[in-house]
Design a protein around this ligand. Structure first.
Ligand SMILES: Cc1cc2nc3c(=O)[nH]c(=O)nc-3n(C[C@H](O)[C@H](O)[C@H](O)COP(=O)(O)OP(=O)(O)OC[C@H]3O[C@@H](n4cnc5c(N)ncnc54)[C@H](O)[C@@H]3O)c2cc1C
Length: 439
């Protein structure tokens, strides 16, 4: 059996490895010059061996496939990790850095408002019996029609609570609350509920960065991976697929499209796509993240995440587990804010973010290095990760998880653990086992 896989992100790498292990003849075409896709650790921008992740940064304690890979590859998980709470650590508001205690003093009703928000989401999640099938929720259509912005309004959140919930949406979904389906949020909660068994979820980084994982997986595949080759179109019939790249035509039994839907909007599907699948490819939401990282000669900031009412949105140190006096601060900007930053040249983003970091923390240290990556400006991604917008879970969820004849879709956007490296691995595993079963 011959299979062409498109994309050397975690989904494509896992699909290719599983297919090879089952005896298939696999060709993996990757448009870029490196494996990993949205996993991309940056070392070159910084001094003293420090690094930060321009894409995926955390492995959660419920991400079993990824944890197993880290263990198998001998890649060490760092530190005690983060447990995401409503307030996290600091709030920078109207020019002042507030502790959680001061935040609660500013609005003594804050926890009740967060509880009310959670109650509405948990009610919706209770109907998601199987996180792999949120579209089967008995009230799927009406819950899917509502957005996270509707929940914020219904929960009656005050100004301070709204900042936190907007930052959550811009960070977790890289989208404004009005662009996130309540059913999608409920699905994610249901998945976390089921996978954690009620235990706290801890998020941690890895030593040297996640690009190491991609490099190891690609090395195991050897010359199966062809870099600098773009998928441009496909046709299929009862006997197989004909895959067109910008360099050649490949005949195979199956095609796995393990890349985001945004680049597929430019591809040619020579046979008519089913209407729902065509709409999903063209309309599925993608969030935006612009990550800007600045290395400072001294760590002149307190430990822990800071949420800000400013344009930097969330500021934290990705280098906490890295030695030396210097340290890196990241501004993680999603949604409309991320998109606005993306319109500026990289150097201008760095200058303005560094200035905001200085005024937040009173930093006087020197800037040693920096970079900024706006994922929506990169054509092979077109965004940071998928977000099912209002109305999209019940319309698209099942359709994009089914094969279209001999063409299979993989990637974080078709997983149960949507938006994560774990989801990418999960989807690669799923399509590989389906293809092997089909023969
Ligand atoms: C800023 C940011 C922060 C994140 N944080 C986290 C986190 O903390 N934890 C976590 O688990 N996940 C995180 N993620 C999500 C995670 O990175 C993704 O879910 C995952 O890496 C997606 O893998 P994938 O294989 O589905 O797709 P990709 O990684 O996008 O891989 C697809 C590959 O296909 C290639 N490609 C595209 N079009 C073509 C074409 N036409 N021809 C050939 N090749 C093509 C691309 O170059 C790419 O290499 C983050 C993502 C971003 C952007």
């Amino acid at each position: 059996m011959r299979v062409v896989v498109v994309g050397a992100g975690f989904a494509g790498l896992r699909a290719a490895a599983d297919l090879r292990a089952a005896g298939a003849d696999v060709v993996l075409v990757e448009g870029g010059t490196r494996p990993g896709g949205r996993v991309r650790t940056v070392h070159s921008a910084f001094q003293s061996g420090q690094y930060s992740e321009s894409g995926a940064e955390w492995v959660d304690s419920i991400h079993e496939r990824l944890l197993a890979e880290l263990d198998r590859l001998g890649i060490r998980i760092l530190g005690s990790g983060e447990q995401w709470t409503d307030i996290r650590r600091w709030m920078h508001r109207e020019g002042r850095l507030l502790t959680p205690q001061q935040v609660r003093e500013a609005d003594p009703d804050l926890d009740r408002q967060f509880d009310e928000f959670d109650r509405i989401v948990e009610d919706a999640a209770a109907g998601v019996v199987d996180a792999a099938s949120p579209h089967l929720h008995p009230a799927a259509v009406s819950i899917d029609a509502r957005s996270v912005a509707d929940v914020i309004a219904e929960a009656g959140l005050g100004a301070l609570a709204r900042i936190f919930k907007y930052r959550d949406s811009q960070g977790e979904f890289a989208s404004e609350p009005s662009q996130v389906s309540l059913l999608f949020l409920a699905q994610q909660r249901a998945h976390q509920r089921d996978a954690s068994g009620g235990r706290h979820i801890i998020a941690r980084r890895v030593e040297g960065g996640f690009s190491r994982v991609a490099e190891c997986l690609a090395a195991e595949l050897g010359d199966v991976v062809q870099y600098g080759e773009h998928f441009v179109g496909v046709s299929q019939d009862a006997d197989g697929v004909t895959v067109h790249t910008d360099q050649r035509t490949l005949a195979a039994d199956h095609l796995v499209l393990a890349c985001s839907f945004v680049p597929l909007r430019r591809a040619t599907f020579h046979d008519p796509l089913p209407p729902v699948l065509r709409d999903a490819i063209h309309q599925l939401g993608y969030g935006t993240v612009t990550k800007t990282c600045v290395q400072w000669s001294e760590r002149q900031w307190p430990e822990g995440y800071a949420t800000t009412d400013g344009r930097a949105q969330r500021v934290y140190e990705p280098s906490v587990d890295q030695p030396g006096p210097a340290g890196i601060l990241t501004a993680y900007c999603g949604g409309d804010g991320g998109r606005e930053w993306a319109t500026l040249p990289e150097a201008e983003r760095v200058t303005q973010i560094a200035q905001e970091m200085r005024s937040m923390h009173g930093i006087t240290a020197d800037v040693l290095g920096s970079y900024s990556r706006a994922w929506n400006t990169e054509p092979r991604y077109g965004g940071s990760y998928a977000v099912y917008e209002p109305g999209q879970v019940h319309r698209f969820w099942a359709a994009v998880r089914e094969p279209w004849g001999r063409v299979h879709f993989a990637g974080e956007h078709v997983a149960t653990c949507t938006g994560y490296m774990e989801g990418a691995l999960e989807s690669g595993e799923t399509v590989a086992s389906r293809i092997v079963a089909a023969g």
